[in-house]
Design a protein around this ligand. Structure first.
Ligand code: SF4
Length: 324
């Protein structure tokens, strides 16, 4: 097919939002026939959903035949954020995460990543996207980058990359590629500044240490990317990573990096001994970091009444399948 047809196809898919190849009427009949041999157009709707009293919605999708992934819709004043999954299950094994307990079941294609966005009933309200659902996005970097390209290209959905945040445990072999090939925000799951403690929480620390990741970020040239944000996600566990020692070490290791810390209150998962500190202690932790010059915010907890911790809804669905 001639090169110009690519732009026409993209225009039909991402602007005109057609639902069959037949509707691409500025392509010749012959070209439509060629396309139809290998491709089809359409959306896969979510198979289940749950709505929280705070307006957060959780959608369950069927992928890779009999696997399940979750997507969250989080409306908040003038923003509406979609939280997408990049894999079914996950191999990273973070001990506080229900998806980690499922183990790895497969990479999503860029099609399956974008389907969560495009088939969402609230698609037209969306203002922001976070890759913070099931899976480790940088462990599926090729499909991640393809989906980001479609989302941010002028021939695609035309979103500004500053509306999109990719969250990662910090895979050092992929982080530079992500920083170079996209302009989306980066969020790194930190959870402890201490090597031994982070290893217990996140096995990935054994091969991809925080020090390695911080070195990559320090050495990356952000020139001309003033809007781009690097943040560190920090789930606060009571009596574990919320002490003055942690505050001091966080301030030390992040010194000189333009970043922010995003404190997340822990969503309890079955069988976990972790709990979240109270709101007063959480605010004190935040203020102590701010006082040391690290811009710190607390992410509001959303959807607690609908199994908000990522992986819970899909685990329930999988277990149903095993019982039947
Ligand atoms: S927290 Fe993220 S990276 Fe860790 S196991 Fe869960 S889904 Fe995977």
């Amino acid at each position: 097919m001639p090169g110009f047809a690519a732009r026409q196809v993209a225009d039909w898919l991402y602007r005109k939002e057609i639902s069959s190849i037949e509707e691409m009427t500025n392509l010749s009949k012959k070209m439509r026939e060629i396309l139809s041999i290998d491709y089809e157009v359409g959306l896969s709707a979510p198979i289940n959903s749950a709505e929280s009293s705070d307006g957060t919605k959780k959608y369950l999708y069927n992928v890779l035949n009999d696997k399940y992934i979750e997507t969250a819709y989080i409306p908040d004043e003038d923003r509406a954020t979609i939280c997408v999954s990049s894999q079914a299950g996950c191999k990273m094994g973070c001990i506080f995460c229900m998806t980690g307990k499922q183990g790895f079941q497969g990479n999503l294609t860029s099609n399956e990543i974008l389907n969560q966005f495009r088939s969402l009933p609230e698609f037209r309200n969306l203002t922001n996207m976070v890759f913070m659902g099931m899976g480790e996005p940088l462990d599926n970097i090729n499909e991640l980058l393809k989906s980001l390209e479609i989302l941010t290209s002028d021939w695609g959905y035309g979103w500004s990359p500053t509306r999109i945040t990719v969250s990662t445990v910090g895979l050092k072999n992929s982080i530079s590629e992500f920083l170079e090939r996209s302009r989306c925000h980066l969020a790194i799951s930190l959870h402890s500044p201490f090597d031994d403690e982070r290893r217990k929480l996140m096995p990935i620390q054994r091969t991809n240490s925080v020090k390695d990741i911080l070195d990559i970020i320090r050495n990356f040239d952000f020139n001309g990317q003033t809007q781009r944000r690097v943040s560190f996600e920090y789930i606060l566990f009571k009596g574990m990573n919320d002490t003055p020692r942690h505050i001091k070490e966080l301030a030390r290791i992040l010194n000189g990096i333009k970043c922010r810390i995003n404190i997340i209150r822990f969503h309890h998962i079955p069988g976990s001994e972790f709990t979240s500190p109270g709101m007063r202690e959480t605010i004190e932790f935040k203020e102590a970091l701010n006082a040391r010059g690290i811009l710190t915010t607390i992410r509001s907890s959303r959807g607690e009444d609908i199994q908000a911790a990522c992986g819970l809804l899909s685990t329930l669905e999988q277990n149903k399948g095993k019982q039947s």
